[in-house]
Write a protein that binds this ligand. Structure first.
Ligand code: E4P
Length: 219
């Protein structure tokens, strides 16, 4: 089970990395735009904070353009940077070549089990089904995770299923219950996963009582 952060905000990455349970980071062109920073500069900094796989996305639409960008990213950025590729026929061809070259990939914008299967067949290291964006259309994104995991169970597929576009903590739990290998989520969801009012209340009581133990010189 892997937990990734879905952000290009280095302060958030530092905060969650300090918890000791961060396995990787995913970025995309929109998250890079939100950071307001230079693409390679921010990905380089992220790769220095988290040693796990850091997804950097290609923006070319044709296979040769994708390959050129991917190779450039691999040569300019730290080793833990992996290449995020859109799930298109051109992306599939680029994934196949990069896999042959030993480059790890994350095939993104997956909305059907058949797309996930095609990306796995091309050798993708990760496939990223987008749950929340399916929920947004009035369908249940979790059905896609279930369908993919059911398909995976029939074969010896090494491609990891990376649940993406996660909107709330229950999404994370349900994905893990279905056996998804990885979930990528915003920092807000990491915080929500840890938060419980009874933990806060219980701790408050313990601290209050302990202060009295100390005041009585019995600590
Ligand atoms: C995954 O890698 C994507 O960056 C991300 O999960 C998209 O999520 P969104 O639908 O919240 O934009």
């Amino acid at each position: 089970m892997e937990f990734f952060l879905d952000t290009a905000d280095v302060d958030e990455i530092r905060e969650i990395a300090a918890w000791g349970i961060l396995d990787g980071v995913t970025t995309n062109p929109s998250l890079i735009k939100k950071s307001g920073r230079d693409f390679k500069e921010v990905v380089r900094e992220i790769a220095g904070i988290c040693s796990g796989p850091i997804s950097a996305e290609v923006t070319a639409m044709d296979t040769n353009g994708m390959l050129e960008q991917a190779r450039q990213l691999k040569s300019d950025l730290p080793n833990n940077v992996i290449i995020k590729i859109p799930c298109t026929p051109e992306g599939l061809a680029a994934t196949k070549v990069l896999t042959q070259e030993g480059v790890d990939t994350n095939v993104t914008l997956i909305f059907s089990a058949s797309q996930a299967l095609m990306a796995a067949k091309a050798g993708a290291t990760y496939v990223s089904p987008f749950i929340g964006r399916i929920d947004d259309t009035g369908h249940d994104g979790m059905n896609l995770i279930a369908e993919i995991m059911e398909t995976w169970a029939q074969y010896d597929i090494s491609t990891k299923v990376l649940a993406a576009s996660i909107r709330h903590p229950t999404h994370v739990l349900q994905c893990m219950q279905l056996g998804a290998h990885t979930a990528t989520m915003p920092a807000k969801i990491f915080r929500q996963l840890m938060k419980h009012p009874l933990t806060d209340k219980g701790l408050e009581g313990f601290m209050r009582d302990w202060a009295e133990v100390e005041a009585a010189g019995k600590a």
